[in-house]
Design a protein around this ligand. Sequence first.
Ligand SMILES: [Zn+2]
Length: 456
Amino acid sequence: MSKKFYITTAIDYVNAKPHIGHAFEKVIADALARYHKQKGEKVFFLTGVDENAQKNVQAAEIAGVGVKDFINKNTGYFVELVEKLNINHNKFIRTSAKEHALVVHEILNKIIKKGDIYKSKYEGYYCSGCEGYKTEKDLVEGKCLEHNKKPELMSEEAYFFKLGKYREKLIRFVKTYVIPESKRNEILGRLKDDLNDLCISRSNAKWGIDFPKDKKYKVYVWVDALINYISGAKDKWPADIHVIGKGINWFHSVIWPAILISAGCKLPKILLVHGYLNLKGRKISKSVGNVIDPLELIKKYGTDAVRYSLLRCSVFDDSDYSEEILIERYNNELANKLGNLVSRTSGLIEKNGIQKCDNTLIKKLNEKKIEKLFESFELDKALNEIFAFIDVCNEYIQNKKPWETKDKKVLYELKESILKISELLWPFIPESSEKIKNIFSATKIKKAEPLFVKTK
Ligand SMILES: [Zn+2]
């Protein structure tokens, strides 16, 4: 039986159309999912949207549209993004689905039975952007860093989850769970202090999932949202990897495992916390308002150009990203390096043919190193390594001059090496990789049409 591999992205708010940061997270998860698929594992890949968040409701009110219509329309854009990005997911979850609410109740009922939920009065600063209460420590000059605005003071009678009692267990768990180390240490640093219990109900919300046995309240949307990883996967749980952005590290590193421990569920294995994309030094986000529409980029440059330019960014560190950067990577790397190698080699083979021999060229490829970089999630470095080998292949043509020598053995080496390259590139640019494979697997190899047409 093949090994199971269950990977998730975060579920996105649908208060607006998707931005490039959403695309970034999805292609990271997709590259990992495809890599594990290539290894012969039984992959389950879950992505989707958070439709129960209060900020969806606020956005609908501002737009003057009914909440349901508003959500359906924006969810449509996320579905379209996933399709156009060629994301190989197995399920797209919408948290407004009835099946999801049933699982949320199932898990909350287990926590209630365990005695981990109690009723009390709550007063605190609430950031509607985060959909969460903030402590003084979370704020800089009284503002939420993530949303650059002042949270509102709220007071209510509410249900609490005994989060504090799990502090010791969480410290132990986080040590093996959170990647990279800097993000793990951030959480461990915060867990040194007392851990407050968590308010998990909302009395002022009209939208969302009813609290079990008390319809005056809705379930706190973060608790509801996190449970999508179980409701969307059923028997595939636990997740091997949750891929998330650094802004929601605390929810996934602390609140989520505590809920699971309390409910007696298995724990996920790895939390992969990726960095943000910056546009001229500022985080790209809906709240900041400097959004790049990934659907527009795909329409202009194609799926693989967008995937490639995103996956060339560091997974962990914040990276600069812009249309100019996409174009530069597309022209210099995909068109000049990979595209040229494919078109020159296929043309030379059409004219001269190939002859099987010992492949000395492919020995210059360090596949083990690429595998290691995948295992440590350094996808950008894995791409560097693959492109270094593409450089080696281009130099090999230059040096061996098969257009003069008509050396069929050199062309055989190049063909085999390009087939290997196409396999290695499949997690990153699947469509182009499949095209290259088809070109060089044909019984009569013909000069290929340009794969990447240079752009301005
Ligand atoms: Zn906030």
